[in-house]
Structure formats: structure tokens, C-alpha cells
Design a protein around this ligand. Structure first.
Ligand code: NAI
Ligand code: MG
Length: 360
């Protein structure tokens, strides 16, 4: 019996429907080249069409239905013309992240060949790190409220919640990731000079965890100067770990420093593998270019590479990434317009899929 993976494919809305088939094409090419099987099941929910028809984003039994898969491969959700964004997001993607306890949000920040960084004087290889964001607690709790509304005494409070379990598990994930890298360096985002309860606690747990990983070099920066270093010294970083809010900011800033949003991938991981993890591009459904066949499929294809890596198909994952790099470094005309080319979503997707066996 050859090994095989059951993947839920959820295209979603807008360009999600255009780039997901290219991600699937790359997955199939990798499966052929590396000799594993794929059982892909496509779902039409988590989309504006589904909402229009059913008045909800997901079917009643979505949790059980998706639980049977090894991973979830998602395009993008959101079509504000039909469904308000908070409804589509809370009704689908955030349900997946929470119910499947995908507490590690992982985004590679890597300057690829053929891509111009908005940072002057940086070339391929100069920027290559990961942002690891805590995805379930921290600043994004809904604990709080308003009192004396509408009066001069009006007051509003919102609490940050950090649990030992929640902090330690994201730190452990980041330290383990650092350990797999050549530089073995971990940077912690903090603000313990200004936020006097939760952030000193975060620092304390980092110090404790660091003692278990003597082979990983650790440093920490306050979030304000850290954002400056992302821009001024991006070559300094290897794995950056952050709370929910700080990670949200850094995981948008990082990929922006490495070029176009069209190529950035992300993973929402349940490291214990009790539930399926979710892989999706950083970008959304891009209503402004949807339906024209010009969306860049690389963010989706790179997400496929991250998914293969998570499934244990390391060589296949590396081959997909190399194929992306080779194509980016090749003929400009083949690339999509956001990268200055004349190519389309499907033609670029085909070129990358064809480059996978050669990269193997
Ligand atoms: P967006 O990422 O969809 O688009 C931002 C800009 O980047 C647009 O000009 C778009 O044309 C361009 N762009 C995005 N992906 C591209 C690609 N692959 N190739 C070339 N150009 C690309 O963000 P926006 O416009 O703020 O949101 C649109 C919808 O997507 C909303 O409904 C939003 O809620 C949803 N969204 C969903 C996400 C998800 O599913 N994880 C993430 C971000 C937004
Ligand atoms: Mg964000």
C-alpha cells in the first residue's frame, strides 16, 4: 500500500476558485513525482453561493465531515457584495481555526528570486525567516465591556488572557521550528516595558523554555523597535514568535517586506495532530481582479508545499518550493501581471507544475 492523504479542498470565493485548481495541479504533480496518493474531496461551503442558498456559511455537520481529513486546503473566503465580511469570516475560517485548535499560525517570510522587495538593496537569500503567531488567546479575548454608556463616565475595558498552556505550547512550537533551521535562532516579540502583567509573564515563559533548548540562540525585542528592525535589518531573523496581536501585525509586515501579497502562504497548525491543520494563501478573494484569470497562483501553490511538509512529505514540499523559485527566476513574461508579467493564473500554474519533477 502506498501512503495516501485525504485532503479537504475548499476554494471559497473570488480568486480562491481560480488559484485553488493550480494548487491542486501542483499537488498532483508532486504526488506523481514522489509516489504518494491523494484523495481530494472538494467542498462548496464557506462561500457566498453557499450562504445565499442556505443562509449560513457551513453545513450543520461540518466539524465531523472535515475531521476525517488529514488537512484542509483553502482558497479565500469573502464576497462583501453578498455577505458582510464579519459574517463570512466568523462563519467559516475562524470556526476552523478555533474548533480545530489551530493555535500556531505560521507564515514564511522569504525574498524569492525575481521578486523585488520594497526594501532597498535586498536580494534573494537576504530575507528568510518565519513568523509564528499565537492564534487562539492573548489580546483577542472577548472579555470586557462598557459601563455608563452615553454618559461622561462612559468606560470600556477589554482583557488580555494568557494561559500557561497557551503560551508554552506556541513557544514550544517556535523553538522546535528554530531547531530545524540552520541558524537556530529565535526572536521573541514583547512589550514588557509598557504592558506590565502579561508581557513580563510571556518573557518569563520564554526564558524557561529557552533553558530546554540550549542549542537555540534566543533574543527579544519590544514590538515597536521590532517592527523597525523588520524593515531595517530583516536578515537578522530566523524564527520570530509573538502573541496574537503582535503576531497579527508582524505576519502582515513580514510578507510585505518580501514583495507581493500574491505569493505569500500561511499555515494554521494543530501541532498535536488531533485535528486537521489548514493551509491557505495570505491574500483574500480579491474581488477587484476575480474572474479575469490573472490572479497569481503562487501563494496557493506555496501553501500546498507547506501542507506537504506538514504531512511528512518533506522532499515533495521542497521540490514544489524549488519549482516556484525556478519559475520566478526564469522568463518574466510567464508571470502574472502583479509580478510584471503577461501570464495568466492557469498558464503560470501549469509552468510550475511542469517544473516539479525536474526539481525532484
Ligand atoms: P485581498 O487580499 O483579497 O486583495 C488585496 C489586493 O491584493 C487587491 O488589489 C487584490 O487584487 C490583490 N491581490 C490579492 N491576491 C492576489 C493574487 N493572488 N494575485 C494578484 N493580486 C492579488 O484583500 P481585500 O481586498 O482586503 O479583501 C477581499 C475579500 O477577501 C474580503 O471579503 C476579505 O474579507 C477577504 N479576505 C479573506 C482572507 C482569507 O480568506 N484568509 C484574507 C484576507 C481577506
Ligand atoms: Mg491580518
Amino acid at each position: 500500500m502506498t501512503r495516501s492523504y485525504r485532503i479537504a479542498v475548499i476554494p471559497g470565493d473570488g480568486i480562491g476558485k481560480e488559484v485553488v485548481p493550480e494548487g491542486v495541479r501542483a499537488l498532483r504533480a508532486a504526488a506523481d513525482a514522489f509516489g504518494f496518493g491523494l484523495d481530494l474531496v472538494e467542498y462548496g461551503f464557506a462561500s457566498a453561493e453557499y450562504w445565499t442558498e442556505h443562509g449560513r456559511m457551513l453545513p450543520e455537520d461540518w466539524f465531523d465531515e472535515l475531521s476525517g481529513h488529514d488537512a484542509l486546503f483553502l482558497g479565500a473566503v469573502g464576497w462583501p457584495e453578498t455577505v458582510p465580511d464579519h459574517v463570512s469570516l466568523w462563519g467559516s475560517l475562524l470556526q476552523f481555526r478555533r474548533r480545530f485548535d489551530q493555535y500556531a499560525n505560521v507564515r514564511p517570510v522569504r525574498l524569492m528570486p525575481g521578486v523585488t522587495s520594497p526594501l532597498a538593496g535586498r536580494g534573494p537569500g537576504d530575507i528568510d525567516f518565519y513568523v509564528v503567531r499565537e492564534n487562539t488567546e492573548g489580546e483577542y479575548s472577548s472579555i470586557g465591556g462598557r459601563i455608563f454608556e452615553g454618559t461622561d463616565r462612559e468606560a470600556v475595558v477589554q482583557e488580555t488572557v494568557m494561559t500557561r498552556t497557551g503560551v508554552d505550547r506556541i513557544l514550544r512550537y517556535a523553538f522546535e521550528l528554530a531547531r530545524t533551521r540552520d541558524r537556530r535562532r529565535l526572536t521573541s516579540a514583547t512589550k514588557s516595558n509598557g504592558i506590565s502583567q502579561t508581557m513580563p509573564y510571556w518573557d518569563e515563559r520564554v526564558a524557561r523554555m529557552a533553558a530546554e533548548y540550549p542549542d537555540v540562540a534566543v533574543d527579544q525585542y519590544h514590538i515597536d523597535i521590532l517592527t523597525a528592525h523588520f524593515v531595517l535589518n530583516p536578515d537578522r531573523f530566523d524564527v520570530v514568535v509573538a502573541s496574537n496581536l503582535f503576531g497579527d501585525i508582524l505576519s502582515d509586515l513580514g510578507p510585505a517586506c518580501a514583495g507581493t501579497i500574491g505569493i505569500a502562504p500561511s499555515a494554521n497548525i494543530n501541532p498535536e495532530r488531533r485535528h486537521p491543520s489548514l493551509f491557505e494563501p495570505v491574500h483574500g478573494s480579491a474581488p477587484d481582479i476575480a474572474g479575469r484569470g490573472i490572479a497569481n497562483p503562487i501563494g496557493q501553490i506555496w501553501s500546498a508545499s507547506m501542507m506537504l511538509d506538514h504531512l511528512g512529505e518533506r522532499e515533495a514540499a521542497a521540490a514544489v518550493l524549488r519549482a516556484i523559485e525556478d519559475v520566478l527566476a526564469g522568463e518574466r513574461a510567464e508571470l502574472t501581471p502583479d509580478l510584471g508579467g503577461k501570464g495568466g493564473t492557469a498558464s503560470l500554474g501549469r509552468t510550475i507544475a511542469e517544473a516539479i519533477p525536474a526539481a525532484a
